[in-house]
Design a protein around this ligand. Structure first.
Ligand code: ASP
Length: 329
């Protein structure tokens, strides 16, 4: 009888312990999260006739990136896939749908940052690399530099075996017409929908990665570099705070070192991600700039903020939450 009591007690203790372990493991399990954007700007229900196409494209990028995270892949892999899908879509101002500079050329910029070690890679002024985000990743992984530009960047991409294309690959009628309209002053550059793309992911190891890719601004000067390839301005990631990808009039995001500023406000002023983003975008607004940003913090909270009419954006989290939105905050 006594033995039986000990055995039952033993089972109870082991049982409780196991339950406790399960609870603890659940509590400390890092959520996995992916948030993406397809640019901020003059986006409203009246001027967006192809809402469905944007919905589909964002969904495809989001699901592909999220699947990587769900199957145990890294935040770096998820960000690359999500951004590459948007680069391959003519809907966005990155890769295939990039805007034209003043001379009717496409000059592409991209960057990526790994929040686990603060490593980063960036490229500017590409004209022949199909997926600039992969170029940025290659710079981070396989060179001792952070940023490569123009011909040198393309030479490096070729050496790395990245897919190269003829510059005409980036031609789209929609963007070319836009250039002509802006040059003829039929529309103001401010009326643009924009369409830079970005992604921020938090993987199962708690690593945060942010990436951004763009064709820049329509009618930009040859050689102009915006915020997207500048670490700290358009892209930033630090596992201790957050990951951020920006979109908007790049010059203002450079001047306010926008993405890094969000991280700083969280680290040194104890603001949460949403408060920090709001503060930075409001400052950009006061200076006369417009745009927005997306982000994920180390706990897996997602936030976005913009001072334009809309921003193409979406997120998916391991708690089942998912949203794809264009308008309203
Ligand atoms: N930030 C990009 C740039 O200035 C443009 C954009 O996001 O629309 O190049």
């Amino acid at each position: 009888m006594r033995n039986l009591i000990f055995i039952v007690l033993g089972f109870l203790i082991i049982g409780c312990h196991t339950l406790e372990q399960v609870k603890k493991t659940k509590d400390i399990t890092t959520p996995i999260v992916l948030v993406i954007h397809g640019g901020a700007g003059n986006i409203n229900p009246e001027n967006l006739s192809n809402e469905k196409e944007y919905q589909q494209a964002l969904n495809e990028a989001l699901e592909a990136g999220y699947e990587v995270l769900e199957s145990g892949g890294t935040a770096l892999e998820a960000v690359e896939i999500a951004i590459a899908i948007m680069e391959d879509s003519p809907l966005f101002n990155a890769g295939k749908g990039a805007v034209f500079n003043h001379y009717g050329q496409n000059e592409l910029d991209a960057s990526v940052m790994d929040g686990s070690n603060l490593k980063a890679g960036a490229v500017t002024g590409l004209m022949r690399v199909k997926n600039p985000i992969s170029a940025a990743l290659a710079v981070m992984r396989h060179s001792k530099h952070v940023m490569l530009s123009g011909d040198g960047a393309e030479e490096f991409c070729k050496e790395q075996g990245l897919q190269m294309v003829d510059p005409s690959y980036f031609y789209t009628e929609k963007q070319y017409n836009r250039l002509i309209e802006i040059q003829n002053k039929e529309i103001d550059a401010k009326e643009e929908k924009k369409g830079t793309v970005g992604a921020v992911a938090l993987d199962k190891n708690g690593n945060i990665v942010a990436g951004t890719s763009t064709g820049g601004m329509t009618d930009k000067k040859y050689g102009r570099i915006g915020d997207s390839p500048i670490i700290g301005a358009g892209t930033y990631a630090d596992n201790n705070t957050c990951g951020i990808s920006c979109t908007g009039t790049g010059e203002y995001f450079i001047r306010t070192v926008a993405a890094h500023e969000v991280s700083n406000l969280m680290q040194y002023q104890d603001l949460n991600l949403q408060q920090a983003q709001k503060k930075v975008i409001e400052k950009i607004g006061r200076l006369g700039g417009d745009g927005g940003m997306i982000g994920v913090d180390k706990k897996g909270n997602v936030a976005w903020f913009f001072n334009t009419q809309g921003m193409f954006r979406a997120y998916k989290k391991s708690n089942g939450a998912k949203e794809i939105r264009f308008y309203g905050i």
